[in-house]
Design a binder for this molecule. Structure first.
Ligand code: 13P
Length: 306
């Protein structure tokens, strides 16, 4: 792992700066190592801070390791001479071992997701990760409530609110775990919205915000209308500060390649440059659109200086 560059921030540093200047930061999931390059390029060209993330499931789905992903990220930072603030974040992860591997590889932030466990267990597991990560200078995001998938049968019911984050529990969770950021379930889900459209519960977001001091994270950013995102960011009293976006990037890549199905990372790396190049450009355009029309984080890079 290279020595820490001045523009490589922990999630805590990144989100504290975002709150100070009043914007949110996109957490983009390239999924394939060649896709890290256009994500970083979009941030540099728009003068925007950004977060690059990959999850435990994605390591398995795409056959890429924490070491390989981190190495590709650090190579790209150097190759493109990236100067905008960046964070390397491990998204949804259940296993402590994977968290340890990511921290050893140079990730500056990790997410422990024990949200399927009862509250007390979620607190105990999260607290253990916080102790370990903080001892290594790394930030922690955790989840309370259940953020489903658009493809999930049980999230496509009228009872979604059962899965939503409870504001009173949020206060206890943050107090007892010491997390740096909290992922909340307030009406968005992961993946493409096919049946239901996202309906953000702004009253709940306001109540969670009032109960918790830490930055809040909105997952499932793909397919959410820009006005709903803007309202979630700029809610009076403060809204969400990190927004995760994955599916829209992969869809841009696959559409440009004329593919229906996702690939494995080795297949993506083996694509001929004349095919891969335009597809990476399509991802850069999508990330740029998110930054400029959805997050409005462009032009803020300098204000994030430590
Ligand atoms: P989308 O795939 O819906 O953008 O969700 C991304 C996400 O929240 C990953 O944690």
């Amino acid at each position: 792992m290279p020595t820490k560059a001045a523009n490589l921030l922990t999630l805590r540093e990144m989100l504290a700066a975002a709150r100070r200047v009043g914007c949110a930061v996109g957490s983009f999931a390239p999924r394939y190592t060649p896709v890290i390059a256009p994500v970083l390029r979009a941030g540099q060209r728009t003068d925007s801070p950004l977060i690059v993330q990959i999850s435990q499931n994605e390591f398995g789905w795409y056959q890429v390791s924490a070491d390989e992903f981190a190495a590709a990220f650090f190579d790209e930072l150097e190759r493109q001479a990236i100067t905008v603030p960046v964070t390397l974040h491990l998204d949804h992860t259940r296993d402590f071992g994977v968290i340890q591997q990511a921290i050893a590889a140079g990730f500056t932030s990790v997410m422990i997701d024990a949200s399927d466990r009862p509250l007390d267990e979620n607190i105990a597991i999260t607290r253990q990760v916080v102790e370990y990560a903080h001892a290594h200078g790394v930030s922690v995001e955790a989840e309370l409530g259940r953020i489903g998938k658009a493809s999930d049968e049980n999230i496509e019911t009228d009872d979604d609110t059962e899965l939503f984050t409870d504001p009173r529990e949020a206060r206890r969770f943050v107090d007892e775990t010491g997390v740096d950021a909290l992922a909340v379930s307030i009406g968005t889900v992961h993946g493409v919205y096919k049946v239901k459209q996202p309906r953000i519960d702004f009253d709940r977001l306001r109540a969670i915000r009032a109960e918790t001091p830490v930055p809040l994270v909105l997952h499932g950013g793909s397919g959410v209308p820009p006005d709903a995102i803007q309202r979630a960011i700029h809610l009076p009293g403060g809204g969400v500060t990190k927004i995760n976006i994955a599916t829209d990037l992969e869809n841009a890549l696959l559409a440009a390649l004329g593919r229906e199905q996702r690939m494995l990372n080795p297949e993506c790396k083996a694509l001929p440059p004349e095919q891969l190049g335009p597809a990476l450009d399509a991802v850069e355009q999508t990330v740029t659109e998110k930054i400029v029309h959805f997050l409005h984080s462009h032009g803020y890079a300098k204000e994030f200086a430590r």
